[in-house]
Design a protein around this ligand. Structure first.
Ligand code: ZN
Length: 394
């Protein structure tokens, strides 16, 4: 009776909670980031994106919302080209490719490349494998031909990073530039990249205190590559991070603390996540779980659900099925995103991501390929997971 009387004293609309997990909200937040443009490390757009996310976290009412600086050596893309008897073609250097000019006889990476300039084709070999084979085979450099073409006929030149890029010049060229190159010819790869030593980037952090023990991290990177607005890698993930925070603020307090973490420097080697765990070593080691929001949805591919524990993977699979998605159980999280430094401190991780998509890391990672209704279903599946792992009362 007392409860009924109290309930009647509250105006009806203040009891209603807003639903943040909609396609409209997700589209608007994603577009707020893509409108900034590419958010490459070392550019004003990286700073602008970080400030936007910090404002989001403060406005959401997260506890101790703030930007935490970290200092690192940041690679900057300059121009790159390949020249041969056929002429000069444009190339896009991979990070952190060393600058300079290397000349060698062009040889297929599948064969003997010792002392030669290795050539790989995306249709035959992915870039990570091509780079490893060129490096181990003693090549002087690598030219990777990206053979995908967008629906409108635009070349899809794939940029990205390599695990040990500093040791071998590497660049990608379009199919048309690649087709003009002849195996056996002498070819020169010229890369004009620089390194910003002592660059300061910022992780953005906000918290919802728990009523009990335990702590869960939700992580998404706001930096990006530069050929495009980088809608699904990873404006979408940061938008999802914001909406999960807002939804959690509308809910009852979780038993476990939830830490919302937007990182920078991810694309150049998980720099922000690495800095965060080093700056919060004791806290991270005492925590319970990490979930990554990175390419949460894209234009094509399968919705891959990865988790270290079978129970967590099953939870995430059921969450995706409940949202009408067709998830694929894909084992433990692969190494390519921000959960890695947390895993290295013993935290179980979960990562759901839609891959592969040929527009990934190209000029065509744009909003037009994102179906926001489906992306919002993926977002709601992550909410279902968060409710369980952070123990949010329903
Ligand atoms: Zn990413």
């Amino acid at each position: 009776m007392l409860i009924w009387q109290l309930a009647c004293t509250i105006p009806a609309d203040s009891a209603a909670t807003r639903d943040w997990l909609t396609a409209d909200e997700l589209g608007a937040s994603t577009e707020a980031l893509t409108a900034i443009g590419p958010r490459m490390n070392g550019t004003p757009e990286e700073v602008e994106a970080g400030e936007l996310v910090e404002a989001w976290f403060i406005d959401a009412g997260l506890t101790d919302a703030r930007a935490e600086p970290f200092v690192w050596d940041c690679w900057q893309r300059g121009s790159a080209s390949v020249s041969s008897s056929a002429g000069v073609g444009e190339a896009l250097a991979w990070s952190p490719s060393p600058a300079g000019s290397v000349t060698g006889v062009l040889a297929r990476v599948e064969g003997d490349v010792d002392g030669k300039l290795a050539l790989s084709r995306s249709a035959q070999m992915n870039r990570a494998r091509a780079f490893a084979d060129a490096l181990l085979g003693g090549a002087v450099g690598l030219v990777h031909v990206s053979e995908d073409v967008a629906e409108d006929g635009t070349d899809l030149i794939e940029v990205g990073h390599t695990l040990d890029g500093s040791s071998l010049p590497a660049a990608a060229v379009s199919g048309s530039v690649g087709n003009a190159l002849t195996v056996g010819d002498e070819v020169t790869l010229t890369i004009d990249a620089t390194v910003l030593e002592g660059h300061t980037s910022h992780n953005v952090v906000g918290r919802i205190p728990g009523t009990g023990a335990g702590r869960v991290y939700v992580v998404a990177h706001y930096d990006s590559w530069d050929p495009s607005e980088s809608a699904f890698d990873n404006a979408l993930g940061v938008a999802a991070l914001r909406l999960l925070a807002l939804q959690a603020m509308e809910s009852e307090a979780p038993r476990r603390e939830i830490v919302f973490l937007a990182t920078s420097g991810e694309e150049q080697g998980l720099q922000g996540a690495q800095a965060f765990v080093e700056q919060h070593e004791d806290e991270v080691r005492a925590s319970s779980f990490v979930m990554t929001l990175d390419v949460l949805w894209s234009g094509s591919g399968s919705f891959l659900v990865m988790a270290d524990s079978d129970a967590d993977r099953q939870l995430a699979m059921e969450a995706a099925l409940a949202e009408g998605l067709e998830p694929v159980a894909a084992g433990a999280p692969s190494a390519g995103s921000d959960h890695l430094p947390f895993q290295a401190r013993g935290l179980p991780a979960m990562w759901a991501t839609r891959q592969p998509d040929p527009h990934y890391h190209t000029t065509h990672d744009t909003l037009e390929y994102l179906d926001m209704d489906q992306a919002a279903a993926a977002l709601r599946s992550q909410w279902r997971v968060l409710v369980e792992v952070a123990e949010i009362p329903e």
